[in-house]
Write a protein that binds this ligand. Sequence first.
Ligand code: MF3
Ligand code: CO
Length: 291
Amino acid sequence: MSAKISRNDPCWCGSGIKYKKCHEAFDERILKFRQMKKIVPSRKMIKTRADIDGIKNSARINIAVLDEVAANIKEGMSTQQIDEIVYKTTTKMGGIPAPLDYEGYPKSVCTSINEQVCHGIPSEDIILRSGDIVNVDVSTEYNGYFSDSSRMFMIGEVSEEKQKLVRVAKECVEMGLAAVKPWGFLGDVGAAVNEHAIKNGFSVVREIGGHGIGLEFHEDPWVGFTTKPGTKMVLAPGLCFTIEPMINMGEPDIYIDDDNGWTAYTQDGLPSAQWEIQLVVTEDGAQVLTY
Ligand code: MF3
Ligand code: CO
């Protein structure tokens, strides 16, 4: 807890507006949830208007990079070529690919094919073939602000069941987004995702989730997608995070590649799909920042 501000002081959020007209009512609601033993966000997690503007400028690049990948991705291309598109497009627009050198990650983007769940590392040796489904996960730093989103691409002729997996994974994100309500719970989001995946005969990866984002690439809260309604963090307006469930055709179990320490695979070798958006909780719902 920080020192009590008087009601006529400028608000702690940096808006320049008096506390009583800015976050006073917000703080009262947070206090009530705290008394109910609910998990509440720290002030640091709550994005200001200026933060959101900064994130939007970063997101503009992130979306443009994914659009450029979408326009160029094709059968016969290596995933290294996707990395080159991402690096060139990001830097041309003044951004920095956030994955590059992040905790030792060697490339500018993650490209995860078929049974790769996430964190696939681009390579000259990995060639996109007809029937492949591939997730391209782009993250950008611009002017100190971070953005993150990923999309699935289907190469050539893709089987009906893989097409369904890709479609349902996208629907899971949409269901999760619809569950974002101001002063609701983060657990509502994961519950909506999980329910839709299971209803379609698929499963949700438990160990890897979404995250808070904005002033850093990965901030609290961690966002699980197999949660229960009414649990986890209170969705206070200004909270900014990703929805990025990994949906498996078979069992939810995964393992990490021993050789590179990054890439996650399904244990049963069946395909996995993922889409990712970034949003900020608003007074009346959510605003999507990346897609
Ligand atoms: N873009 C991934 C995410 O959604 C993060 C990957 S970390 C990296 O959180 F270093 F592999 F890029
Ligand atoms: Co992310």
